[in-house]
Design a protein around this ligand. Sequence first.
Ligand code: ACO
Length: 330
Amino acid sequence: MSEPSSRRAVLTGTGIYLPEKIVTNAELAERVDTSDEWITERTGIKQRHFAAPHETASFMGAAAGRAALEAAGLAPEALGAIIVGTSTPDNAFPSTAVHIQAALGANKAFGFDLAAACSGFIYGISVADAMLRAGQVDSVLVIGSEVYSRILNFEDRGTCVLFGDGAGAVVLQARDVAPEDTKSGAGVLSTHLHADGRLADILYVDGATGRRDMSAHLVMNGREVFRHAVSLLAGAVTEALTANGLTAADIDFLVPHQANKRIIDGVGKKLGLAPERVVVTVDKHANTSAASIPLALHEAITDGRIKPGHLVLLEALGGGLTWGSALIRL
Ligand code: ACO
C-alpha cells in the first residue's frame, strides 16, 4: 500500500432526490403576501420543491445516496462512511446518517450528521477528504439533505419565499496519485473552512431539542446576510485560488451555494467569471441549504457541462456564519 500522503479523494459519483411537489412563485403568492415579480427580481427564484410528510431528510438523503453509489459503481456494503450535512434532521438522535445507512444496507459504514447550515456540504467534503487522505476509510458518501419547508415561518414573507427542499450526494473514493499527476490528476485539491459565531444572530433557527421552547423557525436579517455573503465568498474563492497557485481563468466551473442569484452573480462578477462558467439552479430549487451544491453539481455533470478533467470550485456561506470552499478536479 502506498503512503497516505499520495492518497487523494476522487469524486466518483453523484445523485439527487427532489420532492415531487413543485410550488411556483405564483402558487406561493396565493398563501403569502408576495408576487412572482418580487421574488424573481430580488432572488432569481421561480419555483421550489416542498416535501410531502414521508419525504424526510433521511428518506431523500437515502435516495440521493443510493443514486450516487450506483453512479460510482460502489456496492453499499463496501462503503466506509456516511456524512450528512443537514439542519433539518429526522430526529435529534439517532443521526440522519444512520437512518440512511440502514436504508442503503451500508452495514460496514459509520456515519454522522454535520451541522454547518448552508455550508454543510462543503464542510462534509472537507472532513471526508481528510478521512480519505489519512487512510481511515476508502470511500465516503457525502450528502446534503434538507426539508426547510418544515422550519419556514409562512408569516414572514422575507424568508419563506427563499427556501426549498431536496437532497444531493456525492461518493468520494481514495485513489493513489503519482507525484507527476499532482496538478492534473482527479481529486479534491483543497478545502478551506471558516466560521464567525459573532454573526450567529443574523441567520438562525430559533428552536431545537436542547431548548424547552420546541418551536423552530428560520429567522434572518437578509440585508446583513447579503452584505457579508458577497465579500466573504469572494474572499473564500480567492483564498482557494491562491493556495493552489491558480487564477479564475483556470477554473472551468464555479458551483456556488444556491441562495440567491444576486449573491451568485456578485461573486462571479468579482472573479471576472463569464456567466456560462457559473452553475445556477436557484431558479428551479430555491435555496436548499446543504443540498444546493450537490444538486447543482449533479445537474452540470449529467447535462455534460462538467466533464472529467475539469477544475470545479465549490463555495458556500450559511448560518453561523459558516463559509468555505472546495476545489475539485473531476
Ligand atoms: N414579497 C414582496 N415584498 C417583500 C417580500 C416578499 N417576499 N419580502 C420583503 N418584501 C418587502 C419588504 O417588506 C420591504 O418593503 P418596504 O420597503 O415597504 O418595507 C421591501 O420588500 C424590501 O425589503 P428588504 O428586506 O429590504 O429587501 P431586500 O432587497 O433586502 O431583499 C432579500 C430581501 C431577497 C432576502 C435579500 O436581503 C437577500 O437576498 N439577502 C440574502 C439572504 C439570503 O439569500 N439568505 C439565504 C440564506 S443565507 C445563505 O444561504 C447564504
